[in-house]
Design a protein around this ligand. Structure first.
Ligand code: PHB
Ligand code: FE
Length: 335
């Protein structure tokens, strides 16, 4: 998404005369928004015109994650109909392709795009369609309305840098701890979280090797929801904690096993088969619970109160291939 604008062409209309929003084209898909909805239109494989409608707030919350995460791992389903698949240099955009009913009816469509092209188109759409009243990363109680005619932009909030430690939060030269001064006050839901930092007594010469920090305090100061940051990285082991409130705006389809550790409060997960959407499980996670999401599932979480969740990712670039070859398992453990 950092490719120069002159190389990556974003196809957008002039702003709509009344509503003020642009219409975007990506391959044979078109995207437009009105006061309440995002509309996606395409031609089915047998040439019929089809369309899909999403609430504008839900659409922008999903689009925000897809853009900020560079299309994440595997599938980012915006809902039961549309979404993206990250193939790492290219990205599929699909409508109905992972919905058993739509696929069986032959009304689905999937097209593949260079990552830069879909990334630039999505980033431009997110910027044009997000009004100054709405922050798609905020909990619904902490932001204004996404609805109405075009009313300014919220570019600063939709281009937040992703917080990625290269070794560990708080190490010299690495991602900073969060403080009031750095614009990260304690969230209303975490007013009771102790803020004291651990004592460190490394031997001289090891100050940059021995390290610890208060992860609860760090998370209590998260300004956003459903946005895993990297707090520690050891080879391909990525600790990705995040604070959650309301609904995970995407339905994530795994391309690998992924672990969840519920650090506080609770999250209810709906799990389904990633290819068909067939429901598989409800997982009610309470503080202290751990779960692993197998590589064949999709999942969406509901957090009734702001909660802390540790997502543990295996970032190995060869893992998807190994799973496809049967060299790595789709499940974390076989009994
Ligand atoms: C996930 O899809 O596993 C996921 C994504 C974002 C979160 C939590 C979990 O904040
Ligand atoms: Fe996931």
């Amino acid at each position: 998404m950092n490719a120069p604008a002159e190389i990556v062409k974003v196809i957008a209309s002039q702003p709509h005369a009344t509503l003020g929003y642009k219409r975007f084209t990506l391959g044979s898909f078109t995207f437009r928004r009105d006061e309440y909805f995002a509309h996606i239109e395409w031609k089915t494989r047998d040439g019929r015109a089809l369309s899909h409608t999403m609430d504008a707030g839900n659409y922008l919350r999903a689009l925000m994650r897809d853009v900020a995460w560079g299309f994440f791992y595997g599938w980012v389903n915006f809902d039961h109909m549309i979404g993206t698949v990250n193939l790492f240099t290219t990205v599929d955009f699909f409508a109905g392709s992972y919905n058993q009913t739509m696929k069986a009816a032959g009304v689905d469509r999937l097209e593949n795009f260079p990552t830069e092209e879909i990334g630039a188109t999505f980033a431009a759409m997110l910027d044009d369609w997000t009004n100054e009243t709405f922050d798609p990363f905020s909990a619904p109680q902490e932001t204004g309305t996404p609805y109405g005619r075009k009313n300014g932009n919220n570019t600063a909030k939709i281009t937040r840098a992703r917080e990625l430690a290269s070794r560990c939060v708080g190490l010299k030269g690495d991602l900073n701890l969060r403080t009031d001064e750095r614009g990260a006050p304690i969230n209303r839901a975490f007013a009771d979280v102790p803020q004291n930092e651990p004592e460190l007594h490394p031997e001289p010469g090891f100050e940059n090797e021995v390290h610890a920090f208060n992860l609860f305090a760090f998370l209590s100061r998260s300004q956003v929801t459903w946005n895993p940051s990297f707090t520690s990285v050891v080879k391909y082991s990525f600790m990705c904690p995040t604070t959650e409130e309301h609904i995970l705006p995407i339905v994530h389809g795994n391309d690998r096993v992924e672990w969840f550790f519920q650090m506080t409060d609770e999250i209810h997960w709906d799990c389904a088969h990633k290819e068909t959407g067939k429901p598989l499980a409800r997982v009610i996670m309470k503080a202290g619970d751990m779960a692993a999401m197998p590589a064949y599932c999709r999942h969406q979480g509901y957090s009734p109160k702001r909660s802390m969740l540790l997502v543990w990712e295996n970032g190995s670039p060869t893992l998807v291939h190994e799973i496809q070859q049967g060299e790595a398992p789709e499940v974390p453990v076989a009994f």
